[in-house]
Design a protein around this ligand. Sequence first.
Ligand code: PAF
Length: 288
Amino acid sequence: MIFCRTKAEASKALEKPRAQARSLGLVPTMGALHEGHMSLVRRSVAENDVTVVSVFVNPAQFDESRDLEKYPQDLRQDLLLCEKAGVDVVFAPTVEEMYPEDFSTWVEETQLSRGLCGAARPGHFRGVTTVVAKLFNIIRPGRAYFGAKDFQQAAVVRRMTRDLDMPVEIVVMPIVREGDGLAMSSRNSRLQGPSREEALVLSRALARAEELYRAGQRDVGVLVREMLDCIRSAQHVQVDYVEIVDAESLEPLEHLNVPALAAAAVYIGDTRLIDNRLLNPTEEGTTP
Ligand code: PAF
């Protein structure tokens, strides 16, 4: 496995595979790798000749400096996990390498990124699309892998590649959950004691919405109220948003007659967690 800190090192490491036209998969991450990330890595290793994992805590996508400062990092462990999984190259640039002092160009998606996390975290998706576009230019992958926990992020990135004709296939992998249902996230390591238990209201609320949906409930107001009741039953959990949107346009819905996404974000202390579930009428067991 080759470890690169600079764009020049990454180009050098990828010179040969590029010349041999070998397929290249990129798994962009902010490190503190968990099973969710590793499911993306395994898929990339399985379907590409070469897999690159980028590890970069991107300051441009943090709307709160405290969140950035407290974002978990463990590069040593990340490297061990990547090595074990058969990753070929890890690209872990410094902030200076990615953002020179006079950096002044941004990539911005303006539709899918408006609601949900985009509304709650101004500038977040502009930071994501900019860094992902940069990573695509530096690594030039044929495929790039994203997790469905960040459903909106995957949709925004896919739209960016379509709109800007970037020759990258976006592969989205299912959410990986802990045994008790909590969606895996690097931020989970910040949950201490009772917070960890209380965090379960997030996945439970979404599971409840799905259960009611499967039982025939199509009124968004009713489903959102149920989710809010569930989340508010936990003392230390603050709702950031709870919404049901069209799964394609990510626009708010009132009645569920198209595939929809139930999505929620909460704060537990200063740790922000997100989760989502598709409410899809074409899925087995649901009425079309
Ligand atoms: O999902 C993430 O970890 C980040 O948003 C990403 C895609 C690596 C961009 O910084």
